[in-house]
Design a protein around this ligand. Structure first.
Ligand SMILES: Cc1cc2nc3c(=O)[nH]c(=O)nc-3n(C[C@H](O)[C@H](O)[C@H](O)COP(=O)(O)OP(=O)(O)OC[C@H]3O[C@@H](n4cnc5c(N)ncnc54)[C@H](O)[C@@H]3O)c2cc1C
Length: 458
């Protein structure tokens, strides 16, 4: 067992590596279903398959240990949204399907809560909704425009509504507060405790999780690993940002970094002033992607999108002095001045998976009996549960509302070879920064920069 996992994130430090996880069973010769990757996608898929058909012989192969990837490092927003859904809602031909997907992901937040209750998974799940706070007049205008669009496209006040500056400030204290969007379909949770809870459920149901066993190739009926071969009827790939590690899968997804910090536990007086009394998750409405949550032990955990490394570079951990992490702390202090004199106890980063069309997908080919799910673009905590149920229905050939969702189908085209994808990412990053700057300075983003970002992110 590789040690040092407790340095991967605050969640790892808090929950640790449970004794029950410190077993690496032998690699079996055969199984019915091999799942590659023990993050949320792999674990939820194994969970629903085992519940639906307890007679199945399921093996989950994991390169490190469950929760090593994004699932043990993320912001813990269990969010009723799917990346890229707005684009589909805008297209009248795709709108009915997109609305079904949206309703399904909204209900998924409750489904995650239900399983946690039923299976006694103590992952600090609290459905307090989500706030997107406008700190400038222009951001407020943009949020309200977004709200009108969402209502025009089929959502209503129960899905997303506007809080005036006074109500917004009573929920969260930011530098300046011009109002906020409130979305009730979101819960805050401790992601690694959810991973560990699922692992326990799976082991109780006889699913074997084989750790420290990277798969190197997937073919019909066979998974090759560094420890030998596993024959299986069905193979499901759940490796998201790490998919390049499997032969033949290069450039299907790129790893994009997201970086986080967590403060010391804050006293109740500070929380009285700061807000988040229902553990609402919170984001700024500026262009940079940000996300924060009040943890069960009263820290503030906050993150922002990092970047992309040339050649889909993979970084295991980040040093506390990493410039990206310092920038995340700066953004947090800008937004929440009350936190400026609080110690930052933890800083870490992780990789999320992005497909070329910036949307997730679920695939299953009944001929080869190979499937996959991922590409959530940083919105995978709830989406991986829905993807797990989708894969389960496809594999078991069940016709349900979930097995008809429009994210099922072929993966999009692969990413461009280097140096093109690095250049593309860099240009879009610079354009994004330019938009943010001009928004701050002139109250309007630059149109040209906006076109570049749209071109890159589809
Ligand atoms: C810092 C950060 C913050 C985020 N915040 C949020 C958030 O607040 N809300 C949200 O919805 N989403 C968030 N995300 C995204 C979310 O965490 C991911 O979408 C989700 O965890 C993906 O789960 P997964 O199981 O598909 O992938 P992962 O959790 O990455 O799991 C993949 C697993 O596969 C294993 N693996 C890789 N290659 C192999 C191989 N060859 N053989 C065997 N095993 C292999 C890895 O070790 C890993 O354990 C965040 C991501 C990051 C990095």
């Amino acid at each position: 067992m590789t040690h040092g996992y407790n340095r991967l994130s605050y969640w790892w430090h808090e929950a640790g590596l449970e004794a029950a996880l410190e077993q690496t069973p032998e690699l079996p010769d055969t199984c019915d279903i091999a799942i590659v990757g023990a993050g949320f996608t792999g674990l939820w898929t194994a969970y629903y398959l085992a519940v639906e058909d307890p007679s199945l012989n399921i093996v989950v192969l994991e390169a490190e240990t469950p929760g090593y990837g994004a699932s043990g490092r993320n912001g813990g927003w269990c969010l009723g949204e799917v990346a890229g859904i707005e684009k589909q809602l805008m297209n009248p031909a795709h709108r009915p399907g997109a609305l079904r997907l949206l309703r399904a992901i909204q209900q998924t937040v409750d489904e995650v809560g239900r399983v946690c209750d039923t299976e006694n998974i103590d992952c600090h799940f609290q459905k307090g909704g989500s706030l997107t706070v406008a700190t400038t007049a222009f951001q407020a205008e943009r949020c309200q425009h977004h709200l009108q669009e969402q209502h025009r496209l089929g959502l209503d006040e129960d899905d997303i509504r506007w809080l005036d500056p006074q109500e917004s400030r009573s929920r969260i204290d930011t530098t300046t507060n011009h109002g906020a969007l409130f979305m009730p379909h979101c819960a805050a949770l401790h992601p690694l405790r959810l991973v560990h809870g699922l692992v326990r459920c799976l082991r109780d149901r006889g699913v074997r999780i084989v750790e420290c066993t990277p798969a190197t190739a997937i073919e019909p009926g066979l998974v090759t690993t560094v420890r030998g071969e596993l024959k299986c009827a069905i193979t499901l790939r759940a490796t998201e940002a790490y998919t390049d590690s499997i032969r033949g899968q290069r450039r299907k997804l790129i790893p994009v970094y997201s970086l986080m910090v967590a403060t010391e536990p804050l006293d109740l007086k500070t929380w009285e002033n700061l807000g988040l009394h229902n553990r609402e998750t919170v984001a700024g409405a500026q262009r940079t992607v940000t996300y924060g949550q009040r943890t069960q032990d009263d820290r503030f955990a906050f993150g922002a999108r990092g970047g992309y490394l040339y050649g889909s570079g993979v970084k295991r951990t980040f040093d506390a002095g990493d410039p990206g992490l310092l920038e995340v702390a700066r953004i947090m202090h800008d937004l929440f001045p009350l936190l400026r004199d609080k110690a930052i106890d933890f800083a870490w980063g992780g990789m999320l998976g992005v497909q070329r069309n910036w949307q997730p997908s679920v695939t299953y080919d009944p001929e080869t009996r190979i499937g996959s799910a991922g590409g959530y673009v940083g919105e995978g905590v709830a989406a991986s549960n829905l993807a797990g149920r989708t894969l389960t229905d496809l594999v078991l050939k069940k016709n349900t509302a979930v097995s008809e969702l429009p994210w099922i189908g072929a993966s999009p085209r692969r990413w461009e070879p280097e140096p093109l994808r690095w250049l593309g990412y860099r240009v879009a990053e610079v354009a994004e920064r330019q938009m943010a700057k001009s928004e701050m300075k002139h109250g309007r983003p630059s149109r040209m920069a906006g076109r570049v970002v749209d071109w890159f992110s589809g």
